[in-house]
Design a protein around this ligand. Structure first.
Ligand code: ADP
Length: 529
């Protein structure tokens, strides 16, 4: 039997112990302390220290033996004297002996010899291991190889720990991104069992994470109506996410859109993109679902198509009237008396005005959306004259309504854009007429103080339901009642009036109740005196 020298046996035992510690995932500081302990025992050292390389190539003590942790600061000058020299296999020290003597004095210990070795991994210095002895002994080739074997183990421990730290930091970052993504993210294994379910999905589906995890996809994602694409089960059945070659790098996705039944039975409009992930052998491993709430998008689309049909209707009616009267007047077989001709021309003129007004509103709304509100021609505006003109013009359009203007004769002028302000009052007055189908009085009154001027327009019409009140200044909003279905409108008048008044730093408000009429108040600031 081969007899190993005593120190070889001990070294082997220590290395075994260290290897066990390394695999049993002990905390890296523990492993380093174990390595230091073994190094000291083998080399007859009193004090041991392992310093690891950190940012900007500075070294910091991470494990020590023989020194209380609160005294570790005494090694600072020593650690600062380390200079990296990776091209020549490690590091160099500046006046190592002197620094060791300083350490010894600070610790009140007799340290006479310092043995050091860099911890290397792939030519890179990860740290330094120090052994201090109280005597100056020979540092033999054996000592060197013993310390080297321990330094190698320490390098492995540190390297693993750093990899692990980086990996778990990356993992944490990824899960934080998933968890807080505004879109729902659902992760499934190959059998469609849910293994990931983020916060946004809880909000979207009404299921909690705890309820969803472990369930099958189809017990959480339940379509009431599919509008585009096909549900996951059908997509898989028709061959989606089949085994595929590693050379394809385009992601394998499929999309489905429609109304989903939430946990409480309510519906939500969703678009889901599924992405299939494959392992190296081309087998399906995971399916990731990206779930997006498309309610807003749907609503915008509905509003847009409602708007287009309303607008086409709005444009067609005056054009049809103009065309009808014009062709009647042109008939060669008929002779019209002067009064009839005048009446027909008046209708043509009114309808042309209405068309022009509508086109103005449309242009203003699209401009407002594209570039925000800008007042172009600011000047002194005489509201009394402006409102009188508007009332006169509108009075000609209706015999059933009586427009009564009661403004204080000394109503002060304001600074503003007359074209935009005329549009505001035109819209308010034509609404007052439009939404009082049985006629009645439309009263325009006013008041002022040092800060501003208030103009109020009240009618005796159908009024506005409380649930519509908060929305009537929104773009394309029309109260859903029998009258608004019968009357023409694009839901732009009040939206524009509000934007124009705001651009003047003013406010617009409304008081109304069903069948009690409506009163709109426009407040415009006066220029400071
Ligand atoms: P439009 O009249 O083209 O529908 P508006 O933006 O001018 O659009 O008005 C939005 C909605 O507010 C109208 O559809 C109507 O329901 C309501 N509304 C506006 N003015 C009045 C009013 N004077 N009386 C009753 N309802 C009104």
């Amino acid at each position: 039997m081969l007899m190993l020298p005593d120190y070889r046996v001990r070294q082997r035992d220590y290395l075994l112990e260290i290897a066990r510690a390394l695999t049993s995932r002990l905390d890296v500081s523990e492993v380093l302390r174990l390595i230091l302990g073994a190094s000291l025992a083998m080399l007859g050292g009193e004090v041991g220290l392992i310093a690891l390389r950190e940012a900007e190539d500075r070294f910091r003590a991470r494990a020590s033996v023989g020194v209380p942790p609160e005294k570790l600061h005494v090694f600072k000058p020593l650690l600062e004297s380390i200079a990296l020299d990776e091209q020549h296999g490690g590091i160099q020290y500046h006046q190592l002996d002197l620094k060791m003597r300083l350490v010894a004095r600070a610790l009140d210990m007799r340290l006479r010899q310092a043995i050091t070795l860099p911890m290397l991994m792939g030519g890179q210095v990860l740290g330094v291991i120090f052994v201090f002895r109280s005597y100056v002994g020979e540092y033999s080739a054996n000592d060197q190889s013993i310390l080297q074997s321990f330094a190698d183990q320490a390098a492995i421990a540190v390297h693993n720990a750093q990899l692990y730290e980086r990996l778990s930091a990356e993992q944490q970052r990824l899960s934080a991104i998933l968890e807080h993504s505004a879109d729902g993210v659902l992760i499934m294994d190959a059998s469609q069992r849910i293994i990931g379910f983020n916060k946004a999905l809880e909000r979207i589906t009404g299921w909690s994470q705890a309820q969803a995890l472990g369930q099958l996809h189809d017990s959480i994602i339940f379509w009431e109506r599919v509008e585009l694409g096909q549900p996951l089960g059908a997509a898989l059945a028709s061959g989606w996410a089949q085994r595929r070659g590693a050379e394809e790098d385009e992601p394998d996705t499929c999309y489905v859109e429609g109304d989903l039944r939430r946990r409480d039975g309510s519906r939500i409009s969703l678009g889901i993109t599924y992405t299939a992930l494959f392992d190296d052998d081309g087998r399906l491993q995971n399916i990731i679902a990206n779930v997006r709430d498309i309610t807003h998008f749907r609503r915008a689309q509905e509003a847009k198509s409602a708007f287009i049909s309303a607008i086409s209707h709005e444009l067609k009616t005056p054009v049809a009237l103009i065309k009808g009267y014009a062709s009647t007047l042109r008939r060669e077989d008929a002779h019209w008396d002067e009064a009839t001709v005048q009446r027909a021309l008046a209708v043509i003129e009114d309808e042309a005005d209405r068309l022009a007004g509508l086109i103005d509103n449309l242009l203003a709304a699209s401009k407002l959306q594209a570039e925000g509100m800008r007042l172009t021609q600011i000047g002194e505006v005489d509201l009394i004259a402006l409102i009188a003109q508007a009332a006169e013009r509108l009075q000609t359009q209706s015999d059933k309504h009586r427009l009564i203007v009661q403004l204080p004769p000394d109503l002060p002028t304001i600074q503003g854009d007359a074209v935009r302000l005329r549009q505001v009052f035109d819209n308010l007055l034509s609404n007052a007429i439009k939404y009082s189908p049985d006629g009645g009085e439309i009263r325009i009154s006013g008041s002022y103080d040092a800060h501003g001027v208030t103009i109020s327009v009240s009618d005796q019409g159908v009024g506005i339901a409380p649930e519509d009140l908060p929305h009537i200044f929104e773009r394309f909003y029309r109260a859903d009642n029998a009258l608004s279905r019968r009357t023409q409108g694009a839901g732009l008048g009040l939206y524009l009036a509000n934007a124009f008044v705001k651009a003047h730093n003013g406010t617009i408000s409304v008081e109304s109740a069903p069948h009690k009429g409506s009163t709109f108040h426009v407040w415009l600031p006066r220029p400071p005196v």
